[in-house]
Design a protein around this ligand. Structure first.
Ligand SMILES: *[C@@H]1O[C@H](CO)[C@@H](O)[C@H](O)[C@H]1NC(C)=O
Ligand SMILES: *[C@@H]1O[C@H](CO)[C@@H](O)[C@H](O)[C@H]1NC(C)=O
Length: 294
């Protein structure tokens, strides 16, 4: 096998199994719920009880995280008495990874026995009523790379994971969204909590002013560089999906503005608001547990 061909080759079903079986052999935890932490939101992993932690570099076949603010650890344990696996640091298309590599962990979660996936991210607010530090429950998404022909499910379809043509219209679970909005109200976050449309773009540069205006007109409330590929692969293999965006900056829509998005600002904003999101997720998990959803 020549190296170039090997590099472009997707993971086989057997490689997925190998990774999942390795993890199951190295921990007694059996997660029913998986969480992917976005930029600066890895603090959730610190709340895990009885943690068993793996560095990505030690897990067979696992890609490596290359972004500041993404730790590169998989943490198994209990969160609000729900058996969880938490991904501290995700993979992005802008790191140079093909989408089938970006989304590899999602199929691993499925093979580990997880039934629900919670995705979180840091996003730019396009909706003018959104403030830095606000939380958006993801109602739906716009997949810009997908519309342009880059989708993690492109290529041969393995029916053992899911169907060739999956529906994506009900990707974000209605019950969990309603639950999250209620939890947010109970915690007194109602004024800083929204439900909206997340748009994913390739990155790594932040959007131009014309692009922000364009995305806003398309109906996007927030924009970021992640999450949607993972959601698509999760829905393909039958996981229940729920997602939050933390608004870490306001998109620049005005040519008179001297504002500019930067990664340090994003990390600082998520550091400040992360506690709020962690609390929301913890209480949400308690309610999920009580209502038998996980
Ligand atoms: C992960 O890697 C870090 C840095 O190399 C190291 O300090 C830590 O002990 C490793 N953790 C595990 C669980 O192997
Ligand atoms: C912006 O968000 C608010 C609050 O969630 C919502 O009511 C409104 O419809 C959104 N605006 C647009 C243009 O979508």
């Amino acid at each position: 096998m020549e190296p170039a061909a090997a590099k472009d080759r997707r993971y086989t079903y057997e490689q997925h199994k190998q990774t999942a079986d390795w993890l199951l052999a190295h921990t007694t935890h059996r997660p029913s719920l998986a969480i992917i932490c976005g930029s600066g939101l890895g603090g959730l992993a610190e709340l895990v009880k009885d943690p068993v932690t793996f560095n990505y570099s030690d897990i067979p076949n696992f890609p490596q995280s290359t972004v500041v603010g993404h730790a590169g650890k998989l943490v198994f344990g209990m969160l609000a008495e729900v058996p969880c696996v938490v991904m501290q640091g995700r993979f992005h298309m802008y790191e140079g990874y093909p989408l089938w590599k970006v989304t590899f962990p999602v199929r691993i979660f499925h093979l580990l026995g997880a039934k629900t996936l919670i995705v979180t991210n840091a996003a730019g607010g396009l909706n003018q009523s959104y403030q830095v530090g606000d939380i958006m429950v993801i109602r739906d998404h716009i997949n810009m790379p997908g519309l342009a022909g880059t989708n993690p499910l492109m290529g041969p379809n393995d029916e053992r994971f899911g169907p060739r043509f999956p529906a994506i219209s009900d990707a974000y679970d209605a019950e969990l969204r309603a639950l999250a909005l209620n939890v947010g109200k109970d915690l007194g976050y109602a004024d800083n909590l929204h439900e909206g449309v997340y748009c994913t773009v390739g990155g790594p540069n932040y959007e131009s002013i014309a692009e922000c205006r364009f995305l806003q007109q398309l109906g996007a409330d927030a924009v970021g560089m992640s999450t949607v590929p993972e959601v698509i692969v999760a829905r393909h293999c039958g996981l229940r999906v729920f997602g939050f965006s933390l608004i870490t900056n306001k998109a620049v829509l005005d040519y008179g503005s001297h504002e500019k998005a930067n990664h340090a600002e994003v990390l600082e904003a998520s550091r400040q608001a992360a506690r709020k999101l962690e609390r929301l997720v913890s209480v949400l998990l308690e309610r999920i547990k009580c209502s038998g959803l996980a």
